[in-house]
Ligand binder design. Structure first.
Ligand SMILES: *Cc1c(COP(=O)(O)O)cnc(C)c1O
Length: 394
């Protein structure tokens, strides 16, 4: 079943792919996971929603990720069936009773997040007053420096969180606080601000927490000027010291994007070039919505039929996806070789986060081919992942 190719250009040359292809870099994902597990002074949970492809989960697990931030019952089912020993944490503050029940009784999930007393009542009722729960209260965050802000949807303000924490303490085995600063947060101080809110909540509640979860939001290095994960770890350590968190409190984080951003690229084809407008066979309803929402910060290279040379000059382009909807556009300037033409393939790099996870079937387009690329001493190999079970290649 498996086929090997030496590089993405060879994938294109051999297959002349009609549909977009996702290229998974498992060795990159493994290395990032290992680095994060070593750098963070606690448990690293992977936020599954960011990219739930089995090859991604597998590579992160091989890199040492043992905990998963799962935010729906389907994510919990998938993680538990692929990685039975992994621990799932149900991190969505608002859950259906059926989802809580299946998570608790069938999948052994004991860790739940909430931001409202009705949710607490729901959890207690569904689990029939279980005494083995870890309950974390989600704190509301101020509008921060994250490019994708989540404030306003989830989280309890400090005084409410303090009250919720006391209510949790009365019923749960362990209690904690959690927050999420928003995705692609490029300001380490956002975590310092969050830590101070944690400190204030602890003061108002008088509760000793067993767990502090600092969420996700750590940035991918798209421009190269984003702070590194280690910088955020320093800020978090400083915050912990400042608010005097007891040493018995366990720490955890939930990166999605920062674990996978450079672990995948997408190969797609130019259906038409019209001046500075390039029409692709993948777009915002497919795997490329980040090209619109984060903007033109993704590296794009051209792969030409039969290895024909590509010009050295570069120019600015705007991109369009294949559907008939005008939303399906990715305004530039996207830098691409100036001689790009109809029929070329392009490889868009750094597409690991919020790419294939957001695909729809709108207008009949749904790219579903994945290959694995391994950069090994002999140059690298590509393995088809269409039949994911077949992943060991000689
Ligand atoms: C989406 C999400 C994450 C992951 O966010 P990234 O920006 O991808 O790191 C972590 N925690 C929660 C609660 C989330 O909703």
């Amino acid at each position: 079943m498996s086929q090997l190719y030496s590089c993405t250009a060879e994938v294109v040359d051999v297959l002349q792919p009609v549909d977009p292809i996702h290229c998974v870099r498992s060795d990159v994902l493994r290395a990032t996971a290992l680095r994060f597990v070593q750098a963070f002074p606690g448990d690293v949970l992977y936020a599954v929603k960011c990219n739930d492809h089995p090859a991604v989960l597998q590579a992160l697990h091989e890199g040492g990720i043992r905990h998963f931030d799962t935010a729906s019952i389907v994510e919990i089912r998938n993680v538990r069936s692929q990685l039975p020993a992994a621990e799932c944490h149900f991190m969505h503050p608002i859950k259906a009773p059926d989802a809580i029940a299946e998570a608790y009784y069938k999948h052994g999930v004991r860790s739940f997040v909430l931001d409202h007393e009705d949710e607490l009542a729901k959890i207690v009722e569904v689990t029939r007053g279980a005494r083995d729960l870890t309950l974390a209260v989600r704190l509301e965050m101020p509008r921060g420096q994250a490019l994708m802000d989540l404030s306003g949807k989830f989280g309890a303000p400090v005084h409410e969180a303090a009250r919720l924490l006391r209510q949790c303490k009365a019923v749960a085995a362990k209690v904690g606080l959690t927050f999420h600063v928003g995705s692609q947060c490029v300001d380490v101080r956002a975590f310092g601000v969050a830590m101070d809110l944690v400190g204030e909540t602890l003061k108002q509640s008088g509760v000793d927490i067993d767990l502090l979860d600092v969420g996700g939001g750590f940035p991918g290095q798209y421009t190269g000027s984003e702070p590194a994960f280690e910088d955020f770890c320093d800020e978090i350590r400083a915050g912990i010291a400042r608010i005097g968190l007891p040493g018995t409190c366990r720490l955890q984080c939930e990166p999605g994007r920062a674990l996978v951003w450079d672990g995948l690229s997408v190969i797609c084809r130019v259906d038409l070039r019209r001046g500075s407008s390039v029409y692709l066979n993948d777009g915002t309803y497919g795997s490329l919505s980040e090209l619109k929402y984060l903007g033109p910060c993704f590296p794009i290279s051209v792969i030409r039929r039969h290895g024909e040379p590509v010009g050295q000059e570069w120019d600015d382009f705007q991109l369009f996806g294949p559907t008939c909807d005008s939303v399906d556009s990715m305004p530039g300037p996207h830098r691409m070789p100036a001689d790009i033409r109809t029929g070329d393939w392009i490889e868009i790099g750094l597409m690991g986060a919020y790419s294939n996870a957001l695909r729809t079937r709108f207008n009949g387009f749904h790219a579903d081919r994945f290959v694995e690329i391994r950069h090994e001493d002999d140059g690298g190999k590509v393995t088809w992942l269409d039949s994911y079970k077949v992943r060991k290649v000689a």
